[in-house]
Design a protein around this ligand. Structure first.
Ligand code: C5P
Length: 329
């Protein structure tokens, strides 16, 4: 079974405060994009994991396969149904690791979905989402097959229903800076001392904001969308990681209509009017030091409608030493 495991971009990300459980309350609109990994699942004698890439540096991947989110997804589903489901997993990695694009969470969601079919488990979406939330805050959004609003710590997801909305063209750029998510959130705490009004429903003005963003996405005019996008983690990330701020400035000077940090960084997303403009941005000298890709947002329902997808990816260069074939067993 071959499955496409897409990256995500948070088009808005409001942080409402530090919660008692150590997580932060979020209100975020998240969309899936055409950059993604290929995940192959096959019934086997034992569960194994192989990860390969010719564009992504795999050196920071945990060598212990049981720590990988894809294998943890297998273990969780085995525990849930009460039997062993030995599965060989092979991942062709195109999503940079630790870049705020949700690659590991996406792989975990794809394995949950795929295992459900491969082993004819018949688990409903709600159950898969509950299992996903145990693996990470970002996992449930990848099970929705469309643009979502996510609240709580990220586990509460609601489809925005953008069927028929045009795709947006985006350029993703990453200078190789590793931005650990907890460190970026701690930077937000430093800037907002004493803010603990955790709200599982998101911010009070979140509904209005989300409606405006949703309407602009429905129309698909990039300059309108660009007025609504924001990320509360941008300032704490830029403060701590000047290289990421530099990537954002480079995308701006390369002619993007809007520039936005992806998740907790360090990938930065530039919004452009067309794929042709995206090509020009990719070729801009200010971005020559970065890994970059020209991508499109995925229309709602496209994963279910088309099954495995061939991602439309353009990757010009990559940062660091790629590991052409890393295998973890
Ligand atoms: O849920 P996940 O394991 O992906 O989160 C990684 C880390 O990111 C958490 O340990 C926490 O430090 C931070 N986080 C947060 N609030 C969220 C999501 C993540 O503080 N809503």
């Amino acid at each position: 079974m071959l499955l496409f495991s897409p990256a995500k971009v948070n088009l808005s990300l409001a942080v409402s405060g530090l919660r008692e459980d150590g997580y932060h309350g979020l209100d975020s609109v998240v969309t899936l994009v055409s950059l993604g990994d290929d995940v192959t699942l096959e019934r086997a004698a034992e569960t194994t994991l192989e990860v390969v890439s010719d564009t992504v540096d795999l050196q920071s991947m945990p060598q212990d396969c049981e720590r990988n989110l894809a294998v943890r997804a297998v273990r969780l589903i085995e525990q849930s149904v009460g039997r062993v489901l030995p599965t060989a997993i092979r991942i062709v990695k195109r999503i940079p690791l630790g870049g705020g694009l949700g690659g590991g969470s996406s792989n975990a969601a794809t394995v949950l979905k795929g295992m459900n079919e491969l082993w004819h488990l018949g688990l409903p979406l709600d159950t898969l989402c509950a299992l996903g939330a145990q693996l990470g805050s970002d996992v449930p959004l990848f099970l929705q097959d469309g643009t979502v609003r996510m609240c709580g710590r990220g586990e509460q997801v609601e489809r925005l229903n953008l069927s028929g909305a045009p795709s947006l063209c985006l350029v993703l750029a990453n200078d190789g800076t590793h931005c650990p998510t907890p460190q970026v959130y701690r930077g937000w705490d430093v800037r907002h001392p004493g803010v603990e009004n955790f709200s599982y429903k998101g911010l009070t003005d979140g509904d209005v904001f989300c409606d405006n963003l949703r309407l602009s996405l429905q129309k698909g005019k990039v300059t309108d969308v660009a007025t609504w996008v924001f990320n509360d983690l941008e300032a704490p990330c830029f403060d701590q990681f000047p290289g990421v701020r530099g990537t954002a400035e480079a995308l701006q000077s390369a002619g993007c209509d809007g520039v936005l940090l992806c998740g907790s960084g360090g990938t930065v997303c530039g919004m452009v009017a067309s794929a042709e403009v995206g090509e020009r941005v990719l070729a801009h000298p200010a971005l020559a030091h970065c890994w970059r890709a020209s991508v499109q947002t995925l229309p709602d329902g496209v994963m279910a409608a088309h099954g495995p997808l061939t991602p439309i990816v353009m990757v010009r260069i990559h940062v660091g030493q790629p590991c052409p074939s890393a295998s973890v067993k």
